[in-house]
Design a protein around this ligand. Structure first.
Ligand SMILES: [Mg+2]
Length: 340
């Protein structure tokens, strides 16, 4: 009989099994392991602390010979900062664990740390400690703390039927960048304009968290949020499941940049595939009360310069679907999975 593995169980079902093994939580644990982008912990005085951790592993999340080391550090910070943003919060303190083979050049490792510290500092967070260990491959693991006012807290579970579905920025660029890097690693030349090629590669290697947008959402009528790390399909599914609703996403409304579209043409790919199933865009996907949605989008754009697009609506469910321009409707599926 085959041995059951993490790969055969699958990433999210395995996380569910981990969570099921945990004991009862303390009374000040508001949101514990599993249901949301970060944990939510009650501090004295009614403030809420946010806590999250995420890793970057050589060969899994980045190609060490094709990624500037500072960008490795920046991305490790950004993916954690993005989870704090998804809760409507602000980042405060980080711990980092760097595992590296002993023959790693010191300058390379220090450049990773410089990138990590710079991205944290950009958003007002301090690197306050961590650990350095020998490892078989480079790995940077970051634990990040943040804070949020109770009035600004956004959970995945707050979406209600009739709410508008919104997304910041544009989708699919990080997947386009990954496709470019993989094609180039294969020795192929991608026949896209160089500035388009560079733009999507930068989105893959140096995503920008939406911490400037995050604190504006809760008070402006947003009801639920998640960051787009695993891909729109998977992350929309998380909101739907946690809120007990369905989502109807209009394919024609999905924001896809001109650079992403031109790279898609060069690689012969439908950019909609990247926008729906490609991960690592680190945009915020959120729902909002329908009467507040347009005003919220205008307010965010005016305050931050980040565009917000209405891409669909929350339904009674249970299905989360993609409505195509030709009138066809299909299940929204196909997110990034770490284990098969
Ligand atoms: Mg997340």
């Amino acid at each position: 009989m085959d041995v059951e593995t993490i790969g055969s169980v699958g990433e999210f079902p395995f996380i569910d099994r981990i969570v099921a093994r945990l004991g009862p939580s303390r009374p000040d644990t508001v949101v514990g392991a599993g249901p949301d982008d970060t944990a939510v912990l009650r501090l004295p005085g009614g403030r809420l602390q946010l806590a999250t951790a995420d890793s970057q592993v050589a060969g899994v999340h980045f190609l060490p010979d094709r990624t500037p080391p500072a960008w490795i550090g920046r991305k490790a910070a950004a993916i954690n900062l993005s989870d704090i943003a998804a809760m409507g919060g602000a980042a405060t303190h980080a711990l980092a664990v760097l595992a590296a083979p002993p023959d790693t050049p010191a300058d390379f490792a220090l450049a990773i740390v410089d990138g990590l510290a710079a991205e944290l500092a950009r958003w007002g967070a301090d690197l306050v400690g961590g650990n350095l260990t020998r490892g078989p491959a480079l790995m940077l693991d970051v634990a990040l703390l943040g804070e949020v006012n109770a009035a600004d807290l956004l959970l995945r579970s707050g979406a209600r039927p009739g709410d508008a579905v919104m997304v910041t920025g544009d989708l699919g660029a990080a997947a386009a960048g990954l496709a470019v890097l993989l094609a180039e690693a294969d020795g192929r030349t991608v026949a896209a304009p160089p500035h388009d090629r560079d733009a999507v590669v930068r989105r893959q290697q140096w995503p920008s968290p939406r911490l400037d947008v995050a604190p504006l959402l809760g008070r402006a009528g947003a009801t639920a949020a998640i960051d787009v790390s695993d891909g729109l399909a998977a992350d929309a599914g998380h909101i739907a499941r946690r809120s007990g609703v369905g989502l109807r996403i209009e394919a024609a409304r999905l924001p896809v940049s001109e650079a992403t579209r031109r790279v898609a043409v060069a690689l012969g790919v439908d950019p909609l595939q990247w926008a729906v199933a490609g991960g690592e865009d680190y945009e915020l996907l959120f729902t909002a009360r329908p009467a507040a949605a347009d005003d919220l989008a205008a307010r965010v754009a005016a305050a931050t310069g980040v565009p917000v697009t209405r891409i669909g609506m929350v339904t009674d469910g249970p299905d989360t679907v993609l409505a195509r321009a030709d009138g066809s409707v299909q299940p929204l599926a196909g997110g990034w999975r770490h284990f098969g």
